[in-house]
Ligand binder design. Structure first.
Ligand SMILES: [Zn+2]
Length: 84
């Protein structure tokens, strides 16, 4: 009889190692993203739907280059967005 639980202890270890690696990569990438957003002058923006926890619909102005939320669109911008 094979013992299924102990079938692949190495793979288990590998998975945890991979998880740590991915998490550390995410941290690095977030840091990189933040530095890009901090150095960006947000010259152009688009209107995007950025849903938050308590609402499904939340329009924001988002920089075209760095994707940072830079503010709220005006009513006319919302109207144009809704039309498109
Ligand atoms: Zn930007």
């Amino acid at each position: 009889m094979e013992n299924l639980e102990n079938q692949n202890p190495e793979q288990q270890e590998d998975k945890s190692h991979k998880t740590q690696k991915i998490k550390s990569n995410i941290r690095d990438l977030e840091k990189e993203l933040k530095s890009i957003q901090d150095s960006c002058s947000h010259k152009e923006y688009r209107i995007a739907n950025c849903p938050k926890e308590n609402s499904e619909f939340s329009l924001r102005k988002v920089c075209k280059e760095c994707e940072k939320e830079i503010g709220y669109p005006s009513q006319s911008e919302i109207d144009n967005w809704a039309k498109s």
